[in-house]
Design a protein around this ligand. Structure first.
Ligand SMILES: NC(=O)C1=CN([C@@H]2O[C@H](COP(=O)(O)OP(=O)(O)OC[C@H]3O[C@@H](n4cnc5c(N)ncnc54)[C@H](OP(=O)(O)O)[C@@H]3O)[C@@H](O)[C@H]2O)C=CC1
Ligand SMILES: N[C@@H](CC(=O)OP(=O)(O)O)C(=O)O
Length: 344
C-alpha cells in the first residue's frame, strides 16, 4: 500500500522536481501540496510557474495548494518532503516534527545540528538511527531528516569510494548550474556570457557537510571525518548539473586505475530511487559534461572522469544533476530509507 506524502514548497524549482519524481512512485502517493500564503487556496496549475519540459501531471494540476502549517496538513499524511527556503524551513520544520510528521528535508537549515541526521543512503544510511537520539532529546513523535547541499551530494559519493585510501585533504572547485539558485535566483543579465566566482554560503556547506556525511556514528554521537575540505564555488550558465574539479589527497598511494575502480565498484542502495551503478566512470578525459551526463541513472547517478595522479593523491572531475540527485531525488531516497527502516 502506498504511503500518503506531502510536498512543502511544492510550487518551487525543487518542489516541481518532487512532483515529477513522485508521479508516480512505487511507495508514495502525493496527498498534499503546500507553498506560501500567496499560493494557498489556488490550484497547483495556477500557483506553480511550471518550468519543466512536460505538462503538469494530471494528478496534481487541480489539487488545491495549502498553507505550510501543521493545521492545514491532513493527519493521515505521515511523510512530508520539504523544499522550502531555509529561513522558512527553520521556522516550520521543527513544529511539524513535533506535531508528529516525519520531515525529509532538502532545505539547508539544521543540517549540521548534532541530533539531525544528514544522509545520503548509499553513503551513510547508518546515521539514520540518530533519529532515536533526536526523538529522546526533543520529545518528538515525528522526526527531521536532512539531505545535503547539491554540490556536496555530487562530490561525497566519490570521496566515500576513495576513503579506503585514507582521505586527508580535499580541494574542490565547482561549476554550478543556474537552477541551483531557484527560479528567481540569477537573472539572465547576470549570468549570460558570464561566470560568477562566488555562491554565498556554498563553500562552507561543502566543507562542513562532507565531514559530517563521512563521519562515524556510534549509536549515540556523530564524529566528523578528520579530513580538511576546502571549496571554491562558481556559477556558470548551464541549466542543470553541477560539475566539480576535485583534488583528493590520501594517506596511501592511489593510482588513476585504483581510484576509478573504487568509484565504479561503489555500491548503490537497495532502494527504488538508487541507481545502479551509482557512480559512472569515464575514460574519456572530456567527460563527464553537464548536458551529456546529468541524466545518467534517470538523473540520480554521479559520474566521474579525468583521473590524474598527483604527488599527494588523485585529481578528477565529477558531476550530478543538482535538482534531481542533488535535491528532490535526494529527499525521496531518504524517504524510501525512512520507510524501509520503519520510521513511518
Ligand atoms: N534549486 C536547487 O538546485 C536546490 C535547492 N535547494 C534548496 O531547496 C529549497 C527550495 O529551493 P527552490 O525550489 O530552488 O526555491 P524556489 O524559490 O524555486 O521555491 C520556494 C518554494 O517555497 C515556497 N515558499 C516561499 N516562501 C514561503 C513561506 N513563507 N511559507 C511557505 N512557503 C514558502 C514557495 O512558494 P510560493 O510559490 O508560494 O512562493 C515555493 O514553493 C531551498 O532551501 C534551496 O536552498 C537545495 C538544493 C538544490
Ligand atoms: N546553493 C545551491 C543550491 C542550494 O540551494 O543549496 P542548499 O540546499 O544548500 O541551500 C546552488 O546554488 O546551486
Amino acid at each position: 500500500m502506498s504511503i500518503r506524502v506531502g510536498i512543502l514548497g511544492a510550487t518551487g524549482a525543487v518542489g516541481q522536481r518532487l512532483v515529477q519524481l513522485l508521479d508516480p512512485h512505487p511507495d508514495f502517493e502525493i496527498a498534499a501540496l503546500t507553498a506560501s500564503e500567496a499560493s494557498a487556496g489556488r490550484s497547483y496549475r495556477a500557483a506553480a510557474k511550471w518550468g519543466l519540459d512536460f505538462p503538469i501531471p494530471d494528478s496534481v494540476a487541480e489539487m488545491t495548494v495549502r498553507a505550510t502549517d501543521a493545521d492545514e496538513i491532513p493527519d493521515d499524511v505521515p511523510l512530508l518532503f520539504s523544499s522550502l527556503p531555509s529561513s522558512v524551513g527553520e521556522a516550520v520544520e521543527p513544529g511539524l516534527a513535533e506535531a508528529g510528521y516525519v520531515v525529509s528535508s532538502n532545505s539547508s537549515n539544521a543540517r549540521m545540528d548534532p541530533d539531525v541526521p544528514l544522509v545520503i543512503p548509499e553513503v551513510n544510511a547508518d546515521h539514520l538511527d540518530l533519529l532515536e537520539v533526536q526523538r529522546d532529546e526533543r520529545g518528538w513523535d515525528g522526526a527531521l531528516l536532512k539531505n545535503p547541499n547539491c554540490s556536496t551530494i555530487t562530490m561525497v559519493p566519490t570521496l566515500a569510494a576513495l576513503d579506503q585510501f585514507g582521505l586527508e585533504r580535499v580541494h574542490v572547485s565547482t561549476l554550478q548550474a543556474v537552477s541551483g539558485a531557484g527560479y528567481s535566483g540569477v537573472t539572465s543579465m547576470e549570468i549570460l556570457d558570464n561566470a560568477i566566482p562566488h555562491i554565498g554560503g556554498e563553500e562552507e556547506k561543502m566543507e562542513d557537510e562532507s565531514r559530517k556525511l563521512l563521519g562515524g556514528f556510534d549509536g549515540a554521537e556523530l564524529d566528523l571525518h578528520g579530513m580538511d575540505v576546502s571549496a571554491s564555488c562558481n556559477r556558470i550558465a548551464t541549466l542543470d548539473g553541477h560539475l566539480e574539479n576535485v583534488w583528493a589527497d590520501t594517506a596511501q598511494d592511489v593510482t588513476t586505475e585504483s581510484a576509478a575502480e573504487a568509484m565504479a565498484d561503489y555500491p548503490s542502495a537497495d532502494l527504488p530511487s538508487s541507481p545502479a551503478p551509482l557512480i559512472h566512470t569515464f575514460e574519456d578525459p572530456e567527460r563527464p559534461q553537464p548536458r551529456l551526463d546529468r541524466m545518467l541513472g534517470d538523473g540520480m547517478a554521479v559520474s566521474a572522469g579525468g583521473f590524474r595522479e598527483t604527488p599527494e593523491g588523485v585529481q578528477y572531475n565529477c558531476l550530478s544533476h543538482n535538482t534531481l540527485r542533488g535535491a528532490a531525488g535526494a529527499s525521496i531516497l531518504n524517504g524510501e530509507l525512512l520507510a524501509r527502516e520503519g520510521y513511518l
